[in-house]
Every structure is written in structure tokens, then in C-alpha cells.
Ligand binder design. Structure first.
Ligand SMILES: [Zn+2]
Length: 330
């Protein structure tokens, strides 16, 4: 596993709608290894590997964007007030270090006395300013802070990072593009999408323009292997890649689910079946495009999603890579 590429993808700044740095890292890694690479109007990076014409046109999608806090205003005493971009859980933000696209740093606090019923409007960012003017000079209205990019190895197999959702999938998808055999039948269209966290916006536009025969999204999924978990979801770290059956954005096309499960069985790749009673992925947008596109998802089980501690198991990452390569690389 190319840990250097993984770290550079995980630690690039890339708030929702500000995915340029991530796009640059991925484009540099793929340059010269694909048949074409373009950035569309939305900002999606689309890398294509042409097949012989005997296969399918398969669109892959993993999202580059990361949830954040957008500056709305600043108080006279220099605290920035914010709104969320994507599914921020306020409790996960308290005492977090955050970073802006321009390199400015801050820490997040919450109004005193609101521990119960904490909402985004109670959060503020302290950028070290002593006045409203100073604060807005550091981080103007409309700028977006993300949980400060970093990566930590946990134990023998696990990795934690604030941007695991969904950069781990960007890494897998980029690696699969690099590992595809020279001669294949399928056209493989790898979309590194934008604005997934605010409603699958980038993937919708990309699917419309690419008109694939099949769509496969890669994203993290929730797990039930943490203390006190009450959702009864069966997924766990270290048990393999997850093949999604359903989440809130789609019920995966049965033929695609079967293709993924059958390929995993044939290649002896560890997989787990996934039903997630919440969340969504780019596949939800791809499936509804045009006259409909058969769509499925390969998921990477992840603990503490939408926190600074998003944690995955590298054996599951390897399994997701191997499964995707086996499915598209023929
Ligand atoms: Zn995601």
C-alpha cells in the first residue's frame, strides 16, 4: 500500500466546494497513467481508462469533499460564528483544532451553559483575534474550516484521520486506476466527486455527462462494533469490505450487489453484507440518472464517522481495493 499517497490524500485541505487541493494531489498521482483526465464545471475530477469496447462503461465515484464550518459573522470580541456545511455533529467539534483553506488555524468552543441541547449556532471558532475586523481579516465570511488534517496509526492495522470520509475511498479508487491491467474490456470512468456531503451534487452532474452502464460508489459506512451501539448494524472493522444492500439514498441494484458478492467469493476477498439505516452515497445520485443506472457501493467500515477520529482497518481497505479491481479490471 502506497502510504505516502494515502497520507497526502488524507491530509490535503478539502472542504465541501473547496476540493482543489485534493484534486491536485490525485491528478498528480494519476498523470500519465490514464487515457484522459478532466475537471468538469462542478469541479469533479474525471479520469478515464479506455477499454477494448467489448465491455461496459463503468462509473466509479468517491468524494473528495470534507464536512466543515462556514464563517457567517464575527463578534466584536473576535469570535467567529459559523454554520455547518454537511453533517456536522456539534458535540464532535468542541475543543477541535480546525484549519482554513488559506492556512489560518483556529480552535472551536461552545457558548457556556449549553451542554444539553447543543446546536451548531452555539459553536464559535477562536482564531486568536481580538476584534471583529481582525477575525474577518483572518477568515472572511464564507470561508470554511475543517477539522485540522492529520493521520495516526492505531495498533497493527488501523488508521485514524478526520477526513477518512471519503479520502480513504479516493485513495482506493486512485490506486485501482494505477493497478488496472493494460488491456481491459471495460471503459473505467473514475469520478473524484465534489459536494457529496451536501446532497450528492457532484456525482449527479458527472453521471449525467458520463452516461455509464453501471455505477459503483466507494464510501465509508457505519459500524456496530463500538461500546453501547444500539443501531444493530452488522458491520465491523477488520471483517472485510462491505457490499451495500441499502442506505437512505438508494436500494442497490440486485444485479450489481450479486456481481460484487460473486466476485468476492470467486477471488476469496473478505466481504460483509451492509444494511445502513442512515446515510447516503454518490450511488444514490448515479442510480437515478437518465433512464436509471444499475448501481452499487463498496464500503469501507469506519468508526466515529463525522468526527476527527474516523478510523478504518487497512485490511478492509485492501479488500475494497482488491474487489473493485477484480470487478472493473476485465
Ligand atoms: Zn462519505
Amino acid at each position: 500500500m502506497n502510504m505516502q499517497l494515502l497520507e497526502s490524500i488524507l491530509t490535503a485541505y478539502g472542504a465541501t466546494s473547496r476540493e482543489g487541493c485534493v484534486r491536485g494531489v490525485i491528478a498528480a498521482a494519476l498523470e500519465g497513467h490514464v487515457d484522459s483526465m478532466t475537471t468538469d464545471v462542478m469541479g469533479n475530477l474525471i479520469a478515464v481508462k479506455k477499454g477494448s469496447g467489448e465491455g461496459k462503461r463503468i462509473m466509479l465515484s468517491s468524494h473528495m469533499d470534507h464536512i466543515g464550518l462556514m464563517v457567517m459573522d464575527a463578534q466584536e470580541n473576535g469570535y467567529l460564528r459559523v454554520c455547518n456545511v454537511g453533517g456536522i455533529r456539534p458535540a464532535n467539534m468542541i475543543a477541535e483544532h480546525v484549519a482554513f483553506e488559506n492556512g489560518a488555524k483556529g480552535v472551536v468552543g461552545a457558548d457556556e451553559g449549553v451542554k444539553d441541547g447543543l446546536e451548531i449556532r452555539h459553536l464559535y471558532i477562536d482564531v486568536g483575534a481580538e476584534s471583529r475586523e481582525e477575525a474577518l481579516a483572518i477568515a472572511p465570511i464564507g470561508e470554511i474550516a475543517v477539522m485540522a488534517p492529520r493521520m495516526a496509526k492505531l495498533g497493527a492495522h488501523r488508521l485514524a484521520s478526520p477526513a477518512m470520509d471519503d479520502r480513504i475511498a479516493c485513495f482506493i479508487q486512485a490506486q485501482v486506476m494505477l493497478d488496472l491491467p493494460k488491456e481491459i474490456q471495460n471503459d473505467v470512468v473514475a469520478v473524484f466527486s465534489v459536494q457529496e456531503e451536501v446532497g450528492l451534487r457532484g456525482a449527479a452532474a458527472a453521471a449525467f455527462s458520463m452516461q455509464p452502464d453501471m455505477g459503483i460508489a466507494l464510501d465509508v459506512t457505519g459500524v456496530g462494533d463500538v461500546p453501547g451501539h444500539e443501531q444493530h448494524v452488522p458491520m465491523a472493522l477488520g471483517k472485510g469490505a462491505a457490499v451495500k444492500i441499502m442506505d437512505r439514498s438508494l436500494i442497490c441494484t440486485p444485479s450489481v450487489v450479486s456481481l460484487l458478492l460473486d466476485t468476492a467469493k470467486e477471488k476469496e476477498i473478505p466481504v460483509q453484507r451492509e444494511v445502513l439505516p442512515y446515510g447516503g452515497t454518490d450511488a444514490g445520485a448515479i442510480q437515478k440518472t437518465g433512464c436509471g443506472v444499475p448501481s452499487g457501493v463498496i464500503s469501507i467500515p469506519c468508526r466515529y464517522i463525522h468526527s476527527a477520529a474516523e478510523t478504518v482497518d487497512l485490511r478492509d481497505v485492501q479488500a475494497a481495493h482488491d474487489l473493485l479491481l477484480a470487478v472493473v479490471g476485465k
